[in-house]
Write a protein that binds this ligand. Structure first.
Ligand code: HEM
Length: 498
């Protein structure tokens, strides 16, 4: 027994030494770069670098580094040198989309392409379809979204309820109208399918979440580990959800293709995003069902969780800031009483300007400390201030700093001002260098018009129908995991207004 233990200790020691050696080699090779790199903030512990300080209190740590090193600096986190840029250099990262790429960097933490066994450019048509056929044709979907939001709010909250925690219920509420838009209203009545739309992203995220400690050995190992976990675990929630989507959609896709073939020009195509994907991906009315399904899955990943998180933050800020409640509610009541139809038109929704400003302000104050990671693709890139980053370098944006910068945001940037954007020609859908929640530049979120529209309608109904308060009676604070912000689990009480 003691011999076995000794053997084990020896192998652990050997592995430990190997990790140390590899890490030193990697670190030394980085020090020998000939480029004029941004300052690497000094750190106490080799290998670990800034990982602990960064995770313990990202906000203050980044603030301290900014105060000392200014616009651009690098940290050594989980075995990787990462460069962080502030408000001056951020537009350069977005503008130079041949030098920096968001998707390439995201693939390291969430390698969706590898999960689905697809090449990098397989999903290239998704942003265009979302931009042109969803956000660009909002009028086609706006009634449907209202109808389904009404139905899901009624189903989940009805005459009043405590949502504790609120996010899972909000995910369901948001998923139903998105399902109606992506695959049609008939399928959006299928509870199991809507559950899949609602929870596939968050359940997969939880299943794969692990601190990237393997990065201390080699930066690429974490990605390899999660791909292995994704492919080899028996309890991967994705497989269950994919099964549900396949079972429901296969017959629908097959039926549509056969009718398209049979009826030719006389075929009246259903209005939904599934139809757009079928039209783009079929050849002579034959299509690989998995190809179509995976495009849809990528669209679900991009849309449901993001929208649900921000709607939840909006509810929290409504509760946290009662001083704005009366004015916002009055706007909703006025729009409601002026409406002669069962549903609002997009023009009427555009008149909810106070609500729009409130949503944009909520998005401003709820940004991750650093985010919008980009991978450097060119052999090196020289910033306008002369600093250079090598190929492969991850560059993060200091989003929170930008979102609270007084020069960019105006007075009292630390306070919540629901009407900060009112009469400023700055709607929530606009991407600007001082508001990065939807990114910036060529790859800025193409779904933002749809998302803001959905959040607005949901809040409009919530405000008209419920008094909302925190279960604890206290201010609701978001949670932070390192630099990553997530909505509080604090319960919300919805009381039906009479
Ligand atoms: C509040 C909700 C949402 C937020 C906060 C959000 C945020 C973002 C961000 C930060 C990006 C990256 C932008 C960049 O690289 O500069 C992005 C990209 C994208 N989003 Fe959204 N998004 C939301 C909702 C949606 C919805 C509803 C859809 C679709 C129905 C969608 C589809 C996409 C797609 C396809 C991309 C990739 C764009 C590209 O690579 O060119 N998003 N989103």
């Amino acid at each position: 027994m003691s011999l076995i233990l000794n053997d084990l200790t020896y192998s652990q020691l050997a592995l430990g030494s190997l990790i140390l050696l590899l890490s030193f080699i990697l670190l030394r090779s980085k020090k020998h770069s000939k480029l004029n790199e941004p300052p690497l903030v000094p750190y106490k512990y080799p290998i670990i670098g800034h990982t602990i300080d960064f995770n313990k209190d990202s906000k203050n740590f980044i603030k301290k580094c900014q105060a000392e090193y200014g616009e651009i600096f690098s940290l050594y986190v989980y075995g990787r040198v990462i460069t962080y840029v502030g408000k001056e250099l951020t537009p350069e990262v977005f503008r130079n989309n041949k030098d920096f790429n968001f998707n390439e960097a995201t693939q390291e933490t969430f390698p969706l392409g590898e999960f689905l066994h697809r090449t990098r450019d397989f999903f290239n048509m998704v942003p265009k379809i979302v931009q042109v056929n969803l956000s660009g044709e909002l009028k086609l979907y706006t009634e449907r979204v209202q109808k389904q939001l009404n139905a899901s709010i009624d189903e989940i909250i009805g005459n009043g309820k405590v949502l504790d925690p609120p996010l899972p219920s909000i995910q369901f509420i948001i998923a139903k109208p998105i399902a109606a838009t992506l695959v049609g209203e008939d399928l959006s009545d299928d509870r199991e399918l809507v559950n899949t739309f609602a929870y596939v992203t968050s359940e997969l995220g939880q299943f794969l979440s692990a601190p990237p400690t393997l990065g201390f050995v080699h930066p690429s190992l974490h990605r390899k580990f999660i791909v292995m976990k994704f492919n080899n675990s028996l309890n991967n929630p994705y497989e269950v959800h994919r099964g549900v989507i396949k079972k429901r959609l296969s017959p629908v896709i097959e039926k549509r293709l056969s009718e398209m073939k049979r009826l030719g020009d006389k075929y009246i195509p259903p209005i939904d995003i599934l139809q757009r994907y079928i039209e783009m991906l079929h050849k002579d009315y034959t299509a690989n069902i998995d190809d179509i399904m995976d495009h849809l899955i990528v669209t679900i990943f991009a849309s449901v969780h993001t929208t649900s998180v921000f709607l939840t933050y909006c509810l929290h800020e409504l509760v946290n800031n009662p001083q704005f409640h009366k004015e916002i509610l009055e706007e909703q009541e006025q729009i409601y009483s002026n409406n002669k139809n069962p549903y609002y038109s997009t023009d009427q929704i555009a008149k909810m300007v106070k609500l729009d400003s409130f949503i944009k302000e909520t998005m401003r104050i709820h940004s991750h400390i650093v985010s919008l990671q980009h991978k450097t693709l060119s052999s090196y890139y020289t910033f306008s201030n002369g600093y250079q980053v090598p190929k492969g370098r991850f560059v993060y944006i200091r989003t929170n700093e930008i979102h609270f910068d007084e020069e960019l945001q105006g007075k009292n940037s630390n306070e919540f001002d629901a009407f900060r954007y009112l009469n400023k020609n700055s709607p929530a859908t606009r991407v600007e260098r001082n508001h990065l929640i939807f990114g910036l530049g060529k790859h800025a979120c193409p779904g933002r018009v749809f998302a803001i529209n959905e959040i607005k309608i949901a809040l409009h109904y919530f405000l008209l129908n419920y008094n909302i308060r925190a279960k604890s009676g206290k201010k609701i604070e978001a949670r932070f995991f390192g630099a990553f912000e997530s909505p509080s689990n604090e319960g919300l009480i919805f009381e039906k207004r009479t």
